[in-house]
Design a protein around this ligand. Sequence first.
Ligand code: AMP
Ligand code: GLY
Length: 416
Amino acid sequence: MKILVTGKGGREHALITALSESPGQHELFAYPGSDAIAALATRVEVPGLPELITWMKANAIDLCVAGEEAWLVKDRGLANLCEEAGIPCWGPFKEAAQLEASKAFAKDFLKRHAIPTASYTVCTSADEARAALTRFPIVLKFDGLAAGKGVAVCPTREEAEDFITEVMEKRVFGAGNLVVETCLIGPELSVFASLCDDQYHILMPARDYKRIRDNDQGPNTGGMGAVASREIVSTEVLARIEREIVQPTVQGLIKDGLRYRGFLYFGLMLTPEGPQVIEYNCRFGDPEAEAVMPMVRGDFAGYVFEAARGKLKPELLHFAEGWSVCLISASAGYPASSRSGDVISGLEAVEGARVYHCGTRRNDEGRFETNGGRVLAVVAQAASRDAARDKAYAESAKIRFDGLQRRSDIGRMHFE
Ligand code: AMP
Ligand code: GLY
């Protein structure tokens, strides 16, 4: 099979690795990919989405897998254009991908289908947003794609007012509304499902760590680490999530005429009143994919290919027992900025753990250097959470570059 994956980060490196380890001989391509991904998949160099579709047709690509979300809502949408071209695509149509692209769309969907979520107001102006600040802490969300920086959990009025000024007056993310919502308290959980029309398959759940510093301090990032295991949530809680959240979501998509084939990520808060949806993402999580993919057993490529063509076959896939811990090494300045060009050492010394490249490039001497905020994911598996964590930390410690930032409490915090 000829498979193309869109994206260039650690999630795509993990997805492409899992595809490359699937039974059968598959030829892999990545758009745009990265220097590290190039070891497994040929990079496709085209200027944009229409050209990518032309290229896929000309090269008889059998399956397109959406890694990152941006292409799903660009132009007329990756999945929509693939369908016109007759290429099976694993990733939803543009209309359904609004679940991630628009916070207001997602909130209205949740409300319409009575799926538990925080109460909210959609504000069109700074004044309206200020008037909606009633209780603190409060959560403010820019209604558009903002590279993971569009959400602020504000403990005080002052912080909320500052965020409103930045977003609604200075327009740092461009035009768009602001969703003001109640702050939920509880541990977070990332639940992943494969959705294929009216069928669904819940995959291995995970937990990610969004704040830059230990003990969940400092600003939000794209994710500083993740833990995955079937044991992360009890069978009872997972059954409740399936009943109260996953099933009504699948039914809601059908009722609204939103066609969906792809991974759907349910960002949940396990509150004392039960699980509630914080957000939907129309893709796998990053860094959750780096934690989950090494646990995949069976025929991942075959599973995705069949599902993209309308036949969900859970029997093709299963997940290993035990625990997987993923540690992110980030570059100097992240998340406010990032520093590129710091040479990375120690990659070859890592043993018994996987290394996925999130933001690296090869320099003129052929050595990997930093090239973005999140740089590398080091991932280890073991029978127990402690053993997986110890292994991940021991192996990650071998990697060095100037300005490296890594949390020391991944896999411990929120568990003990
Ligand atoms: P989002 O981009 O919607 O996932 O938000 C990013 C992060 O902000 C989430 O992972 C949570 O940690 C936090 N967050 C978002 N919404 C809420 C909420 N209603 N209550 C508490 N925390 C939230
Ligand atoms: N781990 C958070 C995300 O993928 O959005």
